[in-house]
Design a protein around this ligand. Sequence first.
Ligand code: THU
Length: 133
Amino acid sequence: MLDDLFNAARAAQAKAYAPYSRFNVGAAIRTASGKIYAGCNVENAAYPQGACAETGAISAMIVGGEHEIAEILVIGDGAGLVTPCGGCRQRIREFAAPGTAIHIAGPSGVRAHFTLEELLPVSFGPDHLGMKS
Ligand code: THU
């Protein structure tokens, strides 16, 4: 069921530009329409200018003309769960519902499942500014 998302995220991870941390991350979003958009982390010699994999996947989704994340999968290496950073949780929040699934994978498969609400409780979002959520 998650094979297509996992494979898209893994393919993106393989293209990561992370010469400084050497920590390659991939992310893949399935939208409401069923399409998949992927991204990888892109680091920069001016460290704070680096971008996370989730940010790249969201950009690809927007370029694709879509605004609704149905589920997202993030893949990283190592023993720990590579959960989205705080900034990316908020970026996901912009285009997702509280119950939207965030799947966390390692090299050999999916390791954990969370909802956006679990990773970013009591969050601020477009609805606070009168936008449709
Ligand atoms: N990183 C991501 O791309 N996504 C995450 O969810 C966690 C961290 C990247 C940022 C940086 O390029 C590298 O991983 C090490 O922090």
